[in-house]
Every structure is written in structure tokens, then in C-alpha cells.
Design a protein around this ligand. Structure first.
Ligand code: NAD
Length: 466
């Protein structure tokens, strides 16, 4: 067990200067050590993920562990280049100077993560923070306790606590950590807690990356292939039982296509997660994280149906196994909680639209989502939706897969987040971009030194030049 947080924080504050001078080779060695430690923990991680979320081992491997191997390998491959000072162009004011951007670690960073992909969402920012040369304190979620305990032990095995240290616990531990003057805070979680984190960061003016949530819409255009579209949406919605930050939250579809889409969605849900029947296959279908969220989702169905939504399929709740079968609800009232809150569960509301303008207006009436999905074979329509809406990211003719490319920035906008992560973007999130000007040549700046009386011609010249 690590010592208390203030003690570790002070030790890391002392150590950060040494780390800031670390070479690419040293950081790469650390990333390799992290990878091999993870490899030795793989089986324990799968068992923990099964315990916390009933994640199937294959799914856990792809979406949590191998995802992190990808991040580590990408960082190892590119770190030497990322760390090199970058050339910047000259301005007329320093034409004889060399202009460079240096990447300096932020210092001591705090990473707070949620429970839905508990391994991926703690480790991915950790990889970036190590690559950027920081000391790190980690706070995983208390709602996935088995995985958090395995991760704490993995971190203890891999790092000295003055470099990386993990504190398990809930809001009280997070609040205690947030009292400390970190150099950067990387938070993944809900928008509501994101606001608390940002407020706490303001006290020491720590920079923040906020990876938050929201309602990620899907727009289906008349040109889309409904069968293929439904299969992709069913996978994206039902993997981890809908508890994915970029899961398609609700579908907007032309009125006349709604029933056909529902049919395809039901078939796809049964084929993918129910072994061809209506009852979920508990070997591949995750559980709802806890009773509170289970009840919340049941209430979303009750409230939506009371307000007129047609529950045409699923939504069967089994309390003993914390399982809610894949549900599809047509025509929900826009005032129902189902259409107001982030669902974070296997319930798919389908909202009909008359024309594209109406669909875009529905999206823009809500907070900016983390992801937006467009299914369309019409390039002009796709272009129009991209132009007329805002979201953290967009995926056209697929769902979720944009998160898997470390060459793309991943992050939200507005209430869905601030800043971005993965690959080079993660490295930059944990680095300070420091401008360095190496001055040389004649001192042209003397032209603007006092006395000003004789320098009217300089003003005239500058006005012409700028
Ligand atoms: P949450 O905000 O409840 O908790 C996240 C973390 O914050 C946990 O570690 C928790 O212990 C901590 N926390 C709780 N109370 C706190 C407080 N008062 N002060 C500081 N920290 C506190 O979120 P969650 O329920 O764990 O996760 C679900 C949310 O996370 C959803 O909204 C989802 O969309 C979002 N999410 C976003 C991403 C992303 O990459 N953008 C990824 C996964 C989940």
C-alpha cells in the first residue's frame, strides 16, 4: 500500500526535475517495462474485469488490454520524434533568430478514471504521461473494485511510488487528492464530476484534460444500407451493455425507415449478444455495473413508456444478474429522461425525423456530444451534417472505431470534454509546449527602443509590414 497522498505528492514533486531530464531511451525502457508487467498480469485482469462487469475475455482483451499494447507500441515507435524540439517559422521581428518549440513534462499529474473500461481508461493516459516524462498519481474508480485492486498491484510492481503511485477509493480519496497543487489533471468521467474537478484545478491553476460523456447521436439517411447499419449500431450499443462513453445513444431516422430498422436491429442484437435467441447470452453480454445504475436504467424505460415511447423489444430486467436485455424504444418523447440524460446502458431510443434540417436541429438543441455517427451513402448529405453540427469526433458509416486510431485526437467539446488524448495528442496533453527563441544577428529590436521622438518612420514602416 502506498503512503498517504500528501507524502507521495511531495516525493513526486522532488523527483519530477530528475524525470524532466529523462531521455527518450529511458522513457521507452519504462514503457517496455509497463508492457511486460501488464503481460504478466493479463489473466488476473481478465478475471477482475469479469468480476466487475462480466466482460467476456475476448472483449476485454480487444477493448482494454490490446488497446493499451497498441498505445504503448505507438508511443515507443514515435517518442524520439515527439520529444525533438520542433522548428517554428520566423516572424519579421526575429528574422535572424532560430525559433523552436520544446516539449517539457508538465510535472506531477493526477489521473482520475471511471469504471466502464477501467483498465483502458487508467492506462491510456498513464502511457502518455510516462512518454511525456511526468510523475503520476492514479485514482481508478471504486465501482470496479476488482480491476482497481489488480491495477494498483500492477503499478506497485512496475514503478517506484515517487514516479507512479495508485490510490484506490471513491469520491473522498479523489477529493483529498484534488486538494493538492498538481501540474496537470487528466479526468475521465461524467460531466457533473468534471465540473468539480475543474473547479478544484482552478485553485492551483492546474491545467486540465476532461474526457467526459454525453448523448452521442446517430443520424441515418435514406441512402444508408439499413441491415449493415443496424448491425454496426447493435454492436456499438451493446458491447459492454451500452456502458461505453461513445456508444450510440439514440438514433435519428426518416419516419418511413423506422420499423424496418427496428427489425434489423433486433435480429443483429440477437445474433451478436443473445446466441440467436431473445435472452442475452451471459457469456458475451456484460452486466450493469451496480444496482444503482440497474435501477436507473429500469426507471428510464418506465418513464419513457409512460410518456408514450413504444418498447417494441427487450428491456427485460433480471436483478440477480444485473442484466437488462437489449431494448429498442420507438418514438420516445423528447422530454423523457431517456432523451434528456446520457443513457449508458443497452436501451436504444429511435426518433423519427421528417427532413435533415429537423434532424440537425434536434442534435443542436442538445449539448455538444462526444461522438456523432452518420450512416449515409450520399457524400453531400454527410458533408452537410459535418458542417452543421459540432461534436468531439465523427464516424461516418461506422461506430466506435474512430477511438482505435492513435493518430487521431480523441476528446470532447463543450460539455463532452476539453483537450484530447491518444498517441501524440496524449503526449502533448501531458507536455508544456515551450517557445524558445535563439536570438542572433544585428539587434533590430533597437529600432523600437526609446527615445521615441525620432522613431516616427519606424511606426510607418511597421504599419506597412503588419
Ligand atoms: P464519475 O464521474 O461518477 O466518476 C469518475 C471518477 O471520478 C471516479 O474515479 C470517481 O471515484 C471520481 N469521483 C467521484 N466523485 C468525485 C468527486 N466529488 N470529486 C472528484 N472525483 C470524483 O463517472 P463514472 O460513472 O465512473 O463514468 C461514467 C461517465 O464517464 C459517463 O458519463 C461516460 O460518458 C464518461 N466517460 C467518458 C469517457 C471519455 O473518454 N470521454 C470514457 C469513459 C466514460
Amino acid at each position: 500500500m502506498p503512503n498517504n497522498s500528501a507524502f507521495v505528492f511531495t516525493a513526486q514533486q522532488g523527483h519530477k526535475f530528475l524525470l524532466s531530464t529523462s531521455t527518450a531511451r529511458e522513457r521507452i525502457a519504462k514503457l517496455r517495462r509497463l508492457r511486460s508487467t501488464i503481460e504478466s498480469y493479463e489473466q488476473r485482469l481478465y478475471e477482475a474485469l469479469k468480476k466487475d462487469l462480466r466482460k467476456n475475455e475476448f472483449e476485454a482483451a480487444v477493448s482494454e488490454v490490446i488497446f493499451i499494447y497498441g498505445e504503448i507500441n505507438h508511443a515507443i515507435r514515435h517518442l524520439t520524434g515527439w520529444m525533438k524540439p520542433r522548428r517554428a517559422g520566423k516572424a519579421i521581428t526575429n528574422i535572424f533568430a532560430k525559433n523552436r518549440i520544446y516539449y517539457q513534462p508538465k510535472g506531477v499529474c493526477l489521473i482520475i478514471s471511471p469504471w466502464n473500461y477501467p483498465f483502458q481508461l487508467l492506462m491510456s493516459p498513464l502511457v502518455s504521461a510516462i512518454a511525456a516524462g511526468n510523475c503520476v498519481i492514479l485514482k481508478p474508480s471504486e465501482l470496479s473494485p476488482a480491476t482497481s485492486t489488480v491495477m494498483a498491484s500492477l503499478i506497485e510492481d512496475c514503478f517506484d511510488q515517487q514516479e507512479v503511485c495508485c490510490f484506490e477509493g471513491g469520491a473522498e480519496v479523489a477529493s483529498e487528492l484534488l486538494q493538492l497543487p498538481f501540474d496537470h489533471i487528466f479526468f475521465t468521467g461524467s460531466t457533473a464530476i468534471g465540473k468539480i474537478v475543474m473547479e478544484a484545478a482552478a485553485k492551483s491553476l492546474a491545467s486540465v484534460t476532461l474526457e467526459l460523456g454525453g448523448k452521442s447521436p446517430v443520424v441515418i439517411h435514406t441512402s444508408a444500407d439499413l441491415k449493415k447499419t443496424a448491425e454496426k449500431i447493435a454492436w456499438g450499443k451493446l458491447i459492454n451493455a451500452g456502458q461505453t462513453c461513445i456508444a450510440p445513444d439514440y438514433v435519428l431516422i426518416p419516419e418511413h425507415m423506422m420499423e424496418i430498422f427496428a427489425g434489423h436491429y433486433i435480429s443483429a442484437a440477437e445474433a451478436l449478444f443473445c446466441s440467436g435467441s431473445a435472452a442475452p447470452d451471459l457469456d458475451v453480454y456484460a452486466k450493469i455495473i451496480n444496482e444503482r445504475h440497474f435501477k436507473r436504467l429500469c426507471e428510464l424505460i418506465t418513464d419513457a413508456t409512460a410518456k408514450g415511447a413504444e418498447l417494441v423489444y427487450g428491456g427485460l430486467a433480471q436483478a440477480e444478474t444485473l442484466t437488462i436485455s437489449p431494448a429498442i424504444l420507438l418514438n420516445p418523447s423528447l422530454d423523457s429522461a431517456l432523451m434528456q440524460e446520457e443513457i449508458f446502458g443497452p436501451l436504444l431510443p429511435v426518433v423519427p425525423y421528417k427532413n435533415l434540417t429537423e434532424a440537425v436541429a434536434l442534435i443542436n438543441a442538445k449539448s455538444k456530444p462526444l461522438a456523432l455517427y452518420i450512416f449515409s451513402k450520399d457524400a453531400a448529405v454527410t458533408k452537410q451534417i459535418i458542417r452543421d453540427t459540432s461534436s468531439g469526433g465523427i464516424c461516418v458509416n461506422d461506430v466506435l472505431v474512430h477511438i482505435s486510431n492513435p493518430k487521431l485526437p480523441f476528446g470532447g467539446v463543450g460539455t463532452s470534454g476539453m483537450g484530447s488524448c491518444h498517441g501524440h495528442y496524449g503526449f502533448k496533453a501531458f507536455s508544456h509546449e515551450r517557445s524558445v527563441v535563439f536570438q542572433s544577428g544585428p539587434n533590430l529590436t533597437r529600432l523600437i527602443y526609446p527615445p521615441y521622438r525620432t522613431k516616427q518612420w519606424v511606426l510607418k514602416l511597421l504599419k506597412k509590414l503588419f
